[in-house]
Design a protein around this ligand. Sequence first.
Ligand code: MOS
Length: 749
Amino acid sequence: MNTHVNPPARIGEPLSRVDGRLKVTGHARYAAEHPVADLLYGWVVSSSIAKGRITAIHEDAARAVAGVVEIITHKNRPDLAKADSAYQEQVAPPGKPFRALYDDEVQYSLQPVALVVAQDLETARYAASLIKVDYEAAKHNTDFRIAQGERFMPRRKRAAYQPPKNRGDVDTAFAEAAHQIAGTYHLATHVHNPMEMHATTVVWEGDERITVYDKTQGSQNTQTYLANVFGFKKENIRVLNPFVGGAFGSGLRPQYQAYLATMAAKMLERSVRLVMTRPQMFSHVHRPEALQAVSLATDSQGHLTGMRTEATTATSRFENYMETVVNWGLMAYACPNAEADYTIAPVDSYTPGDMRAPGAATGMTLFEIAMDEMAYEANVDPLEFRLINYSEKDAMHDTPYTSKALKEAYAEGAAKFGWDSRSMAPRSMRDGSELVGWGVATGMWDAMFQKTSARARLSANGDLLLETAASDIGTGTYTILAQIASDTLGIPVEQISVKIGDSDLPMSPIEGGSWTAASAGAAVEATCQSLGKKLFEAAQKVKNSPLADAKIDDVRFDYGRLLSKTDPDKSVSYGEAMAAAGEVSIEAEETVSSGISGMISQMRKSRNTHSAVFAEVKVDEELGVVRVTRVVCAVAAGRIINPKTARSQILGGVVMGIGMGLHEETFVDHRLGRIMNHDLAEYHVPANADIHDIEVIFVDEPDPEVTPMGVKGVGEIGIVGTAAAVANAIFHATGKRLRDLPITIDKIL
Ligand code: MOS
């Protein structure tokens, strides 16, 4: 063994972020931070009405400001693609995609109506304030409860949507039930609010070529979109997103700042930067408001005999945004009679979008509050209630899971939390002046896998360059890819450079759905294995090679050497192997995909992550203040590549779940159709003082079948169910069943 080199990282080790130093020293550059010569700055003028037409735009005063280069409106914009299909991208819902500055129509409040481009940001902002727009307002509705009257199920569905499947005879089950409950649950509109706002810097390279730094979860998605919309040749657009300051789904679709910055750059043949303001972000992509009715029935022992779930979520008037909302409870629990229905209802807003565990965060969370109500009605401990109704298989599709270690998650979570010492009755636990409550909920998310490519190049000095167009939205992609390569090829992490976030690199889909670790991870592993094979062939060409008679399975790759597994004295260094082959570097490129056989097996088996969330709240009876003093989140998510970055994902999800439970909601002035609390002072998210003890457990869940590396992904599961555990704990503390999230002080008092 060569003791001069650092040891390779192993899969399963808590490796610290390889990009950590760049981030904390400010060297990691985000979309609006890349220095560009002769840069122009944009500022968007937003509509003051929620619906109607623009009748006039008075821009003379703004044009007179020194430093203003151009004012772009629907009247002078450059030509754009005419077909709807040109605006489609990887996750666009069916409908008529929004096109900023396209015509005089206004479809939502704060829609862009003009773009000021100036020599500097301050000038652009000032000039924008001088623009006056006349409108002919039309009647709008932004009230989701009024929109219920228009709810519908579209004929053309979103690709990601999975319809529910009913079973049994639900009416009879309810007629014969020993116990039953029915409730309607509500979730407020949430806004993603990543720290980095939507931002794009377009560098005009001349000759119809642009380089685009975009805040996106998928550089190649933005590249295709901009090429189609503006008629650029795809190879003339390079999109980069080396660092993304959080996204949570808000960067899945190319957003209007990328479109407008590109429009200005094309029109002016100049480099342009545009950043959305926080209020503009609030009027843009969001998690849809939801209403969900749940009825449950049990026999006298507390076995579920009937379930019915009906949900409606909000969409815009121009796109039919749908989520998979009502299926989760039907999949999770053994219950012979179950049915579900799902509809969407249009309001005059921008189209909602995927936000961390879209559909499950809403539907499973609200369902799990109903499960708690049912447990109390049947007088069964809420954890026991979930265990006696546990389903080993996916009860809705009637298919086995590739793995489901949820029972272990309940057990390990309960043990860590101390659930055994809970008393059943509400208001039965106290700590001084505070009421104490303990709640539990189940979480579920999908374990997905997407076609992804990667490339690797090993230099004779042992340095490895790893490339794929995948993104790191703060999730730890850089780190786990380095770790997988390090383990596979036995090269220390210090000698590995990971290049991601660039549309020029090998194909990778948007970073979403918690699939990147499984997909980009498998692509990197396959690429490194293929590179290893080439190294082995080279090693056999070494004169008097000690591995001449070996087979590839007889060697391992470690500390920069190929070693015989049976005789470690027989080894060839990577440098010797390359020299023998006459190469200064060795390259490999591989693509992984589930293929046809994978798609068939996906229909035969269900692939999901699960979690058991336990929460403790302390409620001040006089003030109604709730503190979430403890959360234990036990997760069954297959193989964990890096327990440190994976834990961070669950911590973030749990914090966001606490926000769902207690804080996050937009308030709309329906007369104006505008969100009133459109900043982080008025829209509450958990702050440090709101967060106490959070324990994350990953239960053992070996699953060689789910994806090539047995990885399921953990970006989203942490949020699912957490708000229900909090709501259920509040019931246990106070005896008050609150069905409207977030549970704010006014509802508790
Ligand atoms: Mo996620 S909501 O697919 O970024």
